[in-house]
Write a protein that binds this ligand. Structure first.
Ligand code: SF4
Ligand code: SF4
Length: 180
């Protein structure tokens, strides 16, 4: 039933960009934790956090992968804050058709931060030695949401790219190959 109120835990990672030194340890641990099997490999291009680094402007800003954007925005934003000019779409969290950020380099599947499901504390927070990342949790009352599973998000993205029939054919071929 929709419209039902439910208590939920809101997790927030507070990012103190002034403390970030651009070491990218957060990208390393995130990609290692999400490797299959866990910690078997490590590739920052597969990380669900990316550190925007513009050293000449002294800019180091961690940004987390969020919900997938099905289409590009009609226009892009570009910020100038305290005299520093940030690249286009710097603060956007979406895996988006306009760029490679937050997408698996091989398949283009979206990479969304899952707050390190199953861990006591997000690993990027644990590994950030400068304390640029800190976790905050609070309880809030809100509408019950239908959680979209990671598998479903990935399939929807592939279906958009290749068409549903191709996905069904590929799954059928894979299942025959496994049985055979
Ligand atoms: S680990 Fe911390 S200091 Fe290093 S890049 Fe990530 S947020 Fe910045
Ligand atoms: S919370 Fe976990 S999944 Fe999210 S960016 Fe940090 S290490 Fe990656």
């Amino acid at each position: 039933m929709t419209g039902e109120k439910k208590k939920k835990i809101i997790k927030t990672i507070k990012i103190d960009a002034d403390k970030c030194n651009g070491c990218r340890a957060c990208e390393m641990i995130c990609s290692a934790f999400h490797a299959m099997p866990k910690y078997s490999s490590n590739n920052p291009a597969r990380s669900r956090i990316r550190v925007v680094r513009q050293p000449l402007e002294d800019i180091y800003i961690p940004v987390y992968g969020g919900e997938t954007a099905g289409a590009e925005c009609a226009g892009r934003d570009k910020y100038v804050i305290d005299g520093k000019e940030y690249d286009e779409c710097t603060f956007c969290r979406a895996p988006c058709p306009s760029r490679a950020d937050f997408k698996e380099p091989d398949s283009g599947l979206p990479l969304k931060c899952d707050m390190c499901e199953g861990e006591d504390e997000p690993l990027c927070v644990k590994w950030c030695i400068t304390d640029a990342l800190t976790l905050e949790e609070r309880e809030e009352e809100g509408e019950e949401e239908v959680a979209q599973e990671e598998l479903e998000i990935g399939l929807a993205s592939l279906a958009e790219k290749h068409g549903m029939q191709k996905i069904l054919d590929a799954v059928a071929r894979m299942s025959i190959a496994r049985k055979g």
